[in-house]
Design a protein around this ligand. Structure first.
Ligand code: SAM
Length: 228
């Protein structure tokens, strides 16, 4: 391998330094979960953003990923995953795969990840990026607001796009004690956590956010895929 070339997983020394700085930054923002910090230290975010933006991959900012969509900022990913209480061995549903970076964080934490994306080019790009970094996840092309009933219930559901109200199908697919993180609102949005206890579902407001809208369709899109 020549100087400056990327390895499949770790990247160049420069990217590794940037990644370490990002982890320190997340610590200062209050992220305490060691497994999650390790996942940020391990997953090469630069391989999930367009090549021209790789130099900015380890800044704590959202970045465009094509099709008018964005990869959320590392702080938002950390907050969502921590507040969902994701642990190794849990079954997690992600709505809005996007570039697949959060998918990779969840899988690196040891979760069994199911992720749905409605834009075919992003679904395919995420499958390629996940295969490149050697992360396994179950990917589907389609409308994530319907959830993945065949694989339910889920210990955690993380929705990456904003909705006027949390989709009923997703709340139904939460396991006992399961938590769903979802941005709710239009121009003004708040991140919410919904928690199932028996037939009761409680909710709490976490913080103000800004996400792209969740596009709900009436039927599923094309086929299923599997990241390797
Ligand atoms: N989860 C990724 C992340 O955190 O970086 C992507 C977040 S991006 C802000 C939101 C993604 O949700 C986009 O890729 C968009 O295409 C997708 N999306 C919007 N509505 C959807 C739906 N109904 N089903 C599945 N994906 C959807």
């Amino acid at each position: 391998m020549g100087p400056g070339e990327l390895t499949a997983r770790g990247g160049t020394a420069e990217y590794q330094r940037d990644r370490r700085r990002l982890v320190e930054h997340l610590r200062t923002r209050g992220v305490r979960d060691l497994g999650l910090l390790h996942a940020f230290d391990t997953v090469p975010r630069h391989l999930f953003v367009p090549e021209v933006l790789r130099g900015r991959a380890y800044e704590d900012i959202p970045l465009p990923i094509g099709a008018g969509q964005t990869i959320s900022s590392p702080t938002i990913h950390a907050l969502s995953i921590e507040c969902a209480g994701v642990r190794a061995g849990q079954r997690v549903l992600e709505v809005g795969t996007g570039a697949g970076f959060q998918t990779a964080l969840l899988a690196t934490l040891g979760a069994e990840v199911y992720s749905i994306e409605r834009v075919a080019s992003l679904h395919e790009g995420a499958a390629r990026a996940l295969a490149r970094v050697g992360v396994e996840a179950h990917l589907m092309l389609g409308d994530g607001s319907l959830g993945w009933p065949e694989r339910a219930p889920f210990h955690a559901i993380i929705v990456g796009a904003a909705t006027a109200r949390p989709p009923a199908a997703l709340l139904e697919q939460l396991a006992e004690g399961g938590r769903m993180i979802v941005p709710v609102g239009g121009r003004r949005q708040e991140l919410y956590r919904y928690t199932r206890r028996g037939e009761d579902i409680s909710h709490e407001k976490l913080t103000r956010v800004r996400f792209v809208p969740l596009i709900e369709e009436t039927r599923r899109g094309g086929g299923r895929g599997r990241g390797r």
